[in-house]
Design a protein around this ligand. Structure first.
Ligand SMILES: [Fe+2]
Length: 161
């Protein structure tokens, strides 16, 4: 519980914490309404993408403690965890040249680029081998991308760098 309190105190010290709170409230409403209406994943992603695009259009809400890179590894800072475990909001911080291993996206997710840029490479499995699938895509500040096992542009595997 103290981690949750620390997180909320940290968010409260951000330049424009209202922007982040409003985003969390919007996503909570989107997933609640989607559950009630039986909305499809693309419908959820479209609504949540619009909210995330609005959030990353401004760079005045992320606490500096949640934006610190690690000298060797990319960092993950939990900004918000839904009490019903329906979604979470995480700040991923990459130093120059840092990357993840190739991985699957097994649930829907959205990437909102706040600063800098990310290079995404999609992969496919063919004959038991991992092969690059198309050209790498650069995601720049202010842009939003969706990932999921069924509707994501980076499924089934992606390397985030
Ligand atoms: Fe990823």
């Amino acid at each position: 519980m103290s981690e949750m309190r620390d997180m909320h105190e940290s968010i409260g010290k951000a330049g424009n914490a209202d922007r982040l709170r409003a985003f969390v409230a919007t996503i909570s409403r989107v997933v609640t309404q989607a559950e009630r209406a039986g909305s499809s994943e693309p419908e959820i992603l479209a609504q949540a993408s619009a909210a995330l695009a609005e959030l990353v259009a401004h760079d005045d809400w992320l606490p500096e403690a949640m934006a610190r890179p690690h000298p060797v590894y990319y960092q993950q800072h939990l900004l918000y965890g839904d009490p019903l475990d329906r979604f979470s909001l995480v700040s991923f911080v990459w130093g120059p040249g840092q990357q993840t291993p190739v991985h699957d996206h097994t649930v829907w997710g959205l990437i909102g680029m706040l600063r800098g840029a990310e290079v995404d490479q999609r992969y496919r499995v063919e004959g038991g081998r991992l092969l690059e699938d198309g050209d790498a895509v650069v995601l720049s500040a202010g842009q939003v991308a969706a990932v999921s096992p069924t509707a994501g542009r980076r499924a089934p595997r992606a390397q985030c760098a």
